[in-house]
Design a protein around this ligand. Sequence first.
Ligand SMILES: [Zn+2]
Length: 684
Amino acid sequence: MTIPATLDHSTAGLVCLLRLIPHIGLMRLGLAHESWALDSSALFAAVIDGQLFDAQTPGAQVRHVSESETPPGMRHVCVELAYADSGIVVAYHIVTYADSAALETWIVVQNEGDVPRRVTRLDSLALDLPPDGYHLCAFTGAWGAEFEPQRMILNSAITLESRSGRSSHGHHPWFTLVRNGRSLMSGMIAWSGNWVIRFTPKLDGALALSGGLHNWEFAVDLAPGASVAAPPVTLAFATGADLDETAVQFARLGRQFWYPRNALADALPVEWNHWWAYEDRALDEATFRANVDVAARLGIEVCTLDAGWFGAPDADTHWYEQRGDWDRVNTARFPSGIRALADDVHAHGMRFGIWCEIEGLGIHAQLAERHPEFIAMRDGERLGYVCLGNPAAQQWAFETLDRLVRENGCDWIKLDFNLNPGAGCNRTDHGHGAEDGLYAHYRGYYALLDRLRATHPEVVLENCSSGGLRIDPGIARRTHMAFLSDPDWPEHSLQVFWGATCMLAPDACLHWGYSEWAFAEHPSQTFNPCDPALQPHQVDCYTRISMLRRFGFSQRLPDLPEWVAQRYAEHIQFYKTVMRRFVREADMYRLTGQPLGEGRGDRWAGFQYRMPDGNEHLIAIFRLPGGEPSRALRLKHLQPDRVYTLSWIDTGHRAQMNGATLMDAGLHVENLPEEGSAIVLIHG
Ligand SMILES: [Zn+2]
């Protein structure tokens, strides 16, 4: 084929220009008025038998360029590079999206030689950024402390990474660079295992940015003819310093191109889940059925049976130790079996969800004795999970989930993962090598999720991992939502929602209202719906925080005081009739800084949901303990000279204001108590 001299990959918002002849190189990348990368950029990097292969490697020749646009609006170019006499071919993939200033890149390395080659590093992205002042924004993630913000001036080398074997335990796979306050670039990595992003100042003042799959404890041996793919890294660019300007691009791309969909997921059903209120020890068939009765009366649409239903038929077992025995039902707790519970939920006009940690392997699970070949091990020690890098284990996992759905009539599966695999399995009898076990596990897990969705396209898949420790755009392409965190006390719930929506659309997130923790202990997780001191405005605030995304409860529904149950029913009705359309379709903008747990961060929170036509907006407002008595919230993306009608849904108050006032002076909010909330609908 004839290779074009240049490749123009620009869109309405993005300038992306590559040179292909005589050698591949970057001519321009970024916004129309400001390029974000230098022509010294390596574009990508692979280390093979100790030798670096990138765009700058002497002898690199473009040998083929292919292009497709499926689906429309997503332009995918693949540039194949051959490296003289090495037998190594790198396929460099670039995707851009018509209506955004975003692009995605990754590489596939192929061994076309006749001897095995060892790959020890795969960077999907390698750019040199121009000398300038850069501020880095990132989030760390740990149990009950997801989306803790980090902000720093970039004047020394910084690495963001996960080495836990889970994408969000360490840092979350997201960052933003703000360049001298004038423009910003956000990035995220579509991978659920170990990943890395490196920021390295160079001697000439440029800032080297590279990353993708983590090279820590990683190596893959490529037989002749074999290939290995690195995960996509997505970048989005915007003018100014407002994180919402790239977050909205990611959310739109997610909805249009990345997130799987089905009818039940699209409905954003309101959920009840038994976990925090009962755990496994206090749950049995009668208790579940009693909750189902009340859930139906409140207007709840999905009832989920969480951990505790499987394993040995003994009321004293602990769920964690039994994981793996998904073919056994704990008939001491559920004497009629799981199908009977599902039938009961369906008879009430609701949908049935079930929890499963298909990767997990408890110490008392019979599965380990029946299938010792499934066990992930490192240096002879068990890691506590089933290695899906083993094709036989992957087949077992599929058959197990398929059977759960078919036999029990499940409409929803909550997939959890409660351990850190670290560098992963290094057995050599699984089909993977000693140093790519974790990589193979995640390729296996992704294949399992894809096959499950293909077989049961109507079933909703919820992604959970000790709460929110595996939230990333890779898994978001294969599940319908991410559970944000185990704890959900109000300020923490706002913290994780504020953070998660830098990467994901609100409708890709699930978090319950302030849950009633009956057994687990946490100093801030103290909600008791039966507390005689509980005030209506507190119930409204706690519930509305959950309503910002996919919405649900984990409470003892039959024990609720009548007035609390009544209030929940009203909020559920409002969510169904008004709010969830905004959650599903609107662009969401943050109107305050990030509230943080333990009394830190902003003490007010405001979120603006702007429908795509710009004619309708929903504003959700919260005042946290310690918040000043009043706050002006400056709205975004209104028309300055247009007159808007504001309706406060609690008080019935109405007002008219023009867009310029709402954006400059802001929406003035007062008379909210601490732990108070308001919702304002705006038409114009
Ligand atoms: Zn393995």
